[in-house]
Design a protein around this ligand. Structure first.
Ligand code: PDD
Length: 281
């Protein structure tokens, strides 16, 4: 695989980063995942805008223009022959000479920028989308700035492991009784013709797929309500689903062992997936 590191295209085994990198020592960095379908980048602009925002919120310097970033994405997709898959991008605050809680002077320490691709054939035509997924609920004990897409992913990883151990696919996180989001996706329930999802705040990531799906839903005359919902309300919903760049729209058919409706994907989530894939290509 060809990867990109600080201005260079390299074979993956030649791309190395300092042990003093603050991404490695302190999870001091941000990332984006952009999906690729038919060799084309999906929603690149949205991801680039959110990246800018994440960097700004952490007082990090953006080392690359949007135009150059697009060029690097395209070049990696081309070089690695990606038809379906994703491009991962990470920017950390770089590698000062020592470990220190204080941010290094941006004049002296350059950010580290890494991009690589992952090939995922069958991403659009996923069997999981036809079957639907099972989720469990866990307490949301992450920090309070989940709107910033940082690389602090230990708790989401643990949540995913808890789900796997109990025979489920993912975990929905709960704070003060209300669902925040999935470990790496936004969460929705459907009641009748109404799609309900938590409103944007610092409590959740402002999903790029979320924005697109809500827009498509409204264009298709579906009703959208942005408000908090509890896990109990979710268990009584007609349908549920998640969205993210790596799953698009994926139906949820079971929550904490409780089947939703008939326990198979309903009407709204598969329709939204279809619309999303059609509109994105
Ligand atoms: N995750 N919420 C969280 C906590 C996420 O990590 C993600 C994305 C989303 C959905 O955002 P978007 O639609 O922009 O992908 C919501 C990526 C895919 C990941 O970590 O792999």
């Amino acid at each position: 695989r060809t990867v990109y590191l600080n201005g260079q295209y390299l074979p993956e085994n030649e791309a190395t980063v300092s042990i003093f990198d603050r991404g490695f020592l302190m999870a001091d960095g941000v990332y984006e995942v952009t999906s690729v379908l038919d060799g084309k980048l999906i929603d690149f602009d949205g991801h680039a805008v959110r990246l800018e925002r994440s960097l700004r919120e952490l007082d990090m310097v953006n080392p690359i223009s949007k135009e150059d970033l697009l060029e690097v994405h395209r070049e990696l997709v081309r070089a690695n022959g990606i038809e379906e898959g994703m491009v991962y991008l990470q920017i950390t605050r770089g590698a000062p000479g020592d470990r220190d809680f204080v941010f290094p002077d941006p004049e002296e320490t350059e950010p580290t920028i890494v991009l690589f691709t992952q090939n995922k054939p069958g991403l659009a035509d996923s069997p999981a989308a036809k079957k639907g997924m099972k989720v469990i609920s866990i307490e949301d004990i992450r920090w309070g700035r989940r709107d910033i897409k940082t690389v602090q992913l230990l708790y989401p990883s643990m949540g995913k492991m808890m789900a796997k151990k109990s025979g489920a696919d993912d975990a929905w996180m709960i704070e003060d009784g209300f669902v925040t989001e999935g470990t790496s996706n936004n969460a929705y329930i459907v009641k009748g013709n109404k799609i309900i999802t938590r409103a944007l705040s610092n409590d959740i990531l402002h999903g790029i797929t979320r924005a697109a799906v809500l827009r498509f839903a409204q264009e298709a005359q579906m009703e959208v309500e942005e408000r908090n919902f509890t896990i109990d309300e979710a268990k009584e919903a007609d349908e549920a689903f998640i969205t993210s760049a790596s799953t698009f729209v994926m139906p949820v058919v079971e929550i904490d062992g409780v089947a939703l409706g008939e326990g198979v994907p309903g009407r709204v989530a598969p329709r939204l997936r279809e619309i999303y894939l059609e509109e994105s290509l």
